[in-house]
Ligand binder design. Structure first.
Ligand SMILES: [Zn+2]
Ligand SMILES: [Zn+2]
Length: 69
């Protein structure tokens, strides 16, 4: 079987996400623009539940962690 690699768009204001194929540009919950790649390294977003880019380790905008150190 082929491995399908989904790409996602995530909200920069809340935890909403959708697949890149969906015609959704803004979050239906908070109205923030969705991003489909890391603003730092331009890597595609493959883990929509994650807070950090899997390529460069930078925090996605709006994905502030609750447990600050
Ligand atoms: Zn949102
Ligand atoms: Zn990155």
């Amino acid at each position: 079987m082929d491995t399908i690699k989904y790409q996602f768009k995530i909200c920069t204001g809340c935890s909403f996400f959708c697949t890149k194929e969906e015609a959704v540009e803004f979050c239906p919950y908070c109205g923030e623009k969705l991003i489909n790649k890391c603003p730092t390294c331009k890597a595609n977003i493959k883990t929509p539940h994650g807070n950090y880019c899997t390529q460069c380790g930078n925090l996605y905008p709006g994905r502030a962690t609750k447990n600050k150190k």
